[in-house]
Design a protein around this ligand. Structure first.
Ligand code: R5P
Length: 292
């Protein structure tokens, strides 16, 4: 087996290789003057299983084309199996036609990936209405979760925590983590008006006096969900406010807005960013155990 890192997998590839003991190499990626992508493998791929690592957090469309070019090429060069390992996989939130005439991008993108790969391994994919990977991929799929690592982080670093999920979509992370550390939890209600405008409401009242409120969610993008949630938690008397996410996308100045609002931000390293304190490379390395 061989690990090959794509353009957005380099922050994790050597860690995964070291922990799994599997050789790794990089996919050479560059652009022609007109912006077309060119990808090239260096090592011999014949009869090998190839794990392509790509985290789709920036220039997402290029990231998708890149893995498709790579997967097809690997097969043409004799690879036995090609697996996509995505610490962060995109387009998962667009899982229904929210507005008339809109694309259900989740199914289109997963359908496209399914045509070129033998299997996908995704870290905490945003599964909501379609709540199993088997519902959206026709190929073998494996879901990895950082919940255990997040729970361990809270146990070690945050005293007297109350776990808060900002919306019903976050219960898979917030509720699960709360159960792991035996902490009180509360799931709030979110109404999204646009990508930048959300409204958060309380379902039930909880007393947060003397507690550290820890908002747990899968993704932080603009940061507005967390900012709005934090306002409520302060009103409820929370001592300190933390937020922990798996995928810290932090578009534009999201991270500094959160820090300015005195929110302690922690994320995993599925996406490289300044708040990444939880390392998922061991989980990914472990998942390769059942591969030949
Ligand atoms: C959606 O349900 C996700 O779990 C996150 O809550 C959402 O993507 C956060 O987005 P933003 O940071 O832009 O508010």
């Amino acid at each position: 087996m061989l690990i090959v890192s794509c353009s957005h997998g380099k922050h994790l590839d050597s860690l995964i290789a070291k922990k799994s003991g599997i050789n790794h190499s990089i996919l050479h990626v560059d652009k022609f003057p007109d912006d077309e992508l060119r990808v090239r493998f260096e090592p011999e791929l014949k009869n090998k299983s190839i794990a392509l690592i790509q985290s789709f957090y920036k220039n997402i469309s290029d990231c998708i084309i890149e893995v498709i070019l790579a997967a097809k090429t690997a097969k043409e060069l004799g690879a036995k199996k090609v697996i996509l390992v995505a610490p962060y996989f995109p387009y998962m939130r667009q899982d229904k036609r929210f507005h008339k005439g809109e694309a259900v991008s989740q199914l289109i993108v997963t359908g496209l990936i399914g045509k070129y790969f033998d299997a996908v391994y995704l870290m905490d994919p945003h599964l909501h209405r379609k709540n199993k990977l088997g519902h959206i991929f026709k190929i073998k799929s494996k879901k990895l979760t950082a919940n255990g690592l997040i729970a361990a982080y809270i146990r070690k670093h945050i005293k007297n925590p109350a776990i808060i999920g900002p919306d019903e979509e976050s219960y898979k992370w917030a509720k699960n983590v709360a159960e792991m550390i035996d902490a009180e939890s509360m799931i709030l209600n979110k109404k999204r008006y646009s990508s930048h405008h959300v409204e958060i409401k309380l379902n039930k009242k909880i007393n947060l006096r003397n507690k550290n409120a820890v908002i747990v969610d899968d993704i932080i993008s603009t940061g507005n969900t967390i900012l709005e949630t934090a306002k409520i938690l302060r009103r409820l008397g929370a001592k300190k406010i933390y937020c922990i996410c798996v995928h810290g996308i932090f578009v534009n100045d999201a991270l500094s807005k959160l820090k300015k609002a005195k929110i302690n931000v922690i994320s995993t390293n599925t996406i490289p960013n300044k708040a990444a304190r939880i390392d998922v490379s061991g989980l990914i390395a472990e998942s390769f155990k059942d591969l030949d």
